[in-house]
Design a protein around this ligand. Structure first.
Ligand SMILES: [Zn+2]
Length: 344
């Protein structure tokens, strides 16, 4: 597969804000995409996941809220399987960050973005391949230039179908949103780092994985507003998708390093994957929690504790220490991931 350099993407986006031309260039540069069906089945991993069968339907609703000049968020309202959606409105073009899960959510986000953008060209990017963040992208096909980091595209190919099966197992509300879901390839892939000049706003797309996934991407707007995907949440235990043997790519040690680097960017405003828009203290909170789980797992492992024993001790202690955080079911999986990596 031919690589596209960040410079080429930057140059194309800067000087040729023409989606048809960009699409043609990329299609020539790219090999024909492998089938998204080439994945392993991960349906059994459902057993390890939080029970969301009684949760409300994962439907994005409400109007975009302007959190910074030209930067809007459709808040998740802490509804499970709904992410925060970003819409960055420039003079020349508009960038949407994450689509929500399924065709209906994607169409709603597209409608809200169109309302803000008018006839300006649209770009869509996805923070990471997880269904509630990116599996509404089909609504944008032909409507927006879809941009992924290359490793996310590869991870989507490897795991996308298995995650559709897994999420369908979460209950009828989520299964309904995934009806007729199509996993879509991007129009543009980049490696490492890319800038999109929207006119008056610069969005920097950067690849950081492996951390929460193998290919997490952040979007940093004007050196001020940071969209972090699931690298951090507000007042929730961070999601540790450790589902061996289907998916063991979560990398807690590197995740901590990534969070240190994100704090060093000194963002004014941070938009988590889930939970309220906040500031850099949320990143520090997640970093300190992960460091705590790592340290405690290492200590317990060294004292001879089995993985189950270590996980249950850490769950108890962490729930007390972070008593205001939601979704404690992720603590055990974080501990198990660290335990496995420390054993390796
Ligand atoms: Zn995620």
């Amino acid at each position: 597969m031919q690589m596209l350099t960040a410079f080429r993407i930057f140059a194309m986006f800067t000087f040729e804000l023409n989606t048809a031309q960009i699409g043609e260039v990329i299609m020539r540069a790219d090999e024909s995409p492998a089938s998204l069906a080439e994945t392993t089945s991960g349906a059994n991993a459902v057993d390890a996941l939080p029970d969301v069968t009684s949760a409300p339907p994962p439907v994005i609703h409400g109007a975009p809220v302007e959190i910074s000049d030209g930067v809007f968020v459709i808040p998740d309202d802490r509804v499970p399987s709904v992410p925060n959606i970003g819409i960055v409105v420039g003079v020349q073009a508009t960038l949407i960050v994450d689509s929500g899960i399924g065709r209906r959510n994607g169409a709603y986000v597209l409608e809200q973005a169109r309302h803000l953008a008018g006839q300006r060209p649209l770009f869509l990017t996805i923070t990471h391949f997880h269904p509630e963040h990116g599996f509404g992208a089909q609504a944008f096909k032909g409507e927006a230039t879809i941009v992924y980091n290359r490793s996310q595209r590869e991870e989507l190919h490897r795991k996308g179908s298995a995650y559709v099966d897994m999420f369908r197992g979460f209950g009828p509300n989520i299964a309904a949103e995934l009806e007729d879901v199509e996993l879509v390839d991007p129009d543009v892939c980049y490696d490492g780092y890319a800038e999109i000049d929207l006119g008056g706003h610069i969005a920097v797309l950067q690849t950081w994985g492996p951390a929460h996934t193998a290919s997490d991407q952040t979007v940093f707007v004007d050196g001020r507003v940071l969209f972090g995907g699931d690298l951090f949440e507000t007042r929730m235990f961070p999601i540790a998708p450790y589902f061996p043997p289907y998916d063991a790519d979560v990398d807690g040690a590197h995740w901590i390093q990534v969070l240190d680097q994100l704090m060093a960017l000194n963002p004014h405003t941070v938009v988590p994957g889930h939970g309220e828009v906040t500031d850099v203290t949320a990143i520090r909170g997640v970093r300190d929690y992960l460091d705590y789980v790592r340290t405690e797992t290492a200590r317990l492992q060294a004292s001879g504790a089995a993985a189950d024993q270590a996980a249950s001790a850490i769950v108890k202690a962490a729930r007390e220490r972070w008593s205001t955080w939601d979704n404690p079911e992720w603590i055990a999986l974080a501990a198990r991931a660290f335990y496995a990596s420390l054993s390796a």
